[in-house]
Design a protein around this ligand. Sequence first.
Ligand SMILES: C[S@@+](CC[C@H](N)C(=O)[O-])C[C@H]1O[C@@H](n2cnc3c(N)ncnc32)[C@H](O)[C@@H]1O
Length: 230
Amino acid sequence: MADRLKLDRIAFYGRTLAEYTRMYALDLAALRGQRVLDCPGGASSFTAEALSLGIRAAACDILYGGDMAAVLAQGQADIEHTVDGVAQVAHMFHWDFYGTPNGLKTQRTAALHGFAAHYPGGGRYINARLPRLPFADQTFALVLSGHLLFTYGDRLDYDFHLKALRELYRVTAGEVRVYPLQGLDARPYPHLSRLLDDLRAQRIHAEIRPVPFEFQRGSSQILCLSRSAD
Ligand SMILES: C[S@@+](CC[C@H](N)C(=O)[O-])C[C@H]1O[C@@H](n2cnc3c(N)ncnc32)[C@H](O)[C@@H]1O
């Protein structure tokens, strides 16, 4: 039986506000009026949905800025690629939230459509390539980063992870939350304790916290970087 999700590329893929709320243990009422960055946003409907709740959300991704039809086609192709891959290793996931691979595809498609409807005129989708971000220091109250760091730890090296986390931290006045902490093999990122040591050595308060969501088995924690200890 295969023991890792096989993805041949970093998927342009996204999630809904309902999923983000669980993944990052968000208190949506407390975020009203606050600036929140989703980086990378991918094909997530979080920004569109959060704005409708009065949260001042924005997203960035290396694929933003491209032609709408090309971005949508990439999103559709990556839903097929990823959901097929997940179905091959369904035993590595908990299915209480999505039910079946078809249920997962329905959620991913809803996220893509929510994103696509908002992307053209929103002005909230900024082209950026980690580990550099085009924002001033402490611009956002909260920065969310899902399914890039750690997830693709098999092809993004340690230096990239450390630089990207420092940059995400630079642009927040409050917290950075990163989910999940595992790779495509569902194992915890192998260099996590070194990363925590390096961040703390740079006077960044870093801790692991539980969250009320677990799709990939074992993925019920976030890494939280905060300025609370400054
Ligand atoms: C799987 S999606 C994650 C989307 C969303 N955060 C979520 O959890 O659903 C990963 C995204 O990372 C983007 N990406 C890959 N390398 C990047 C980089 N160096 N800087 C910014 N975005 C990047 C891809 O274009 C893709 O949209």
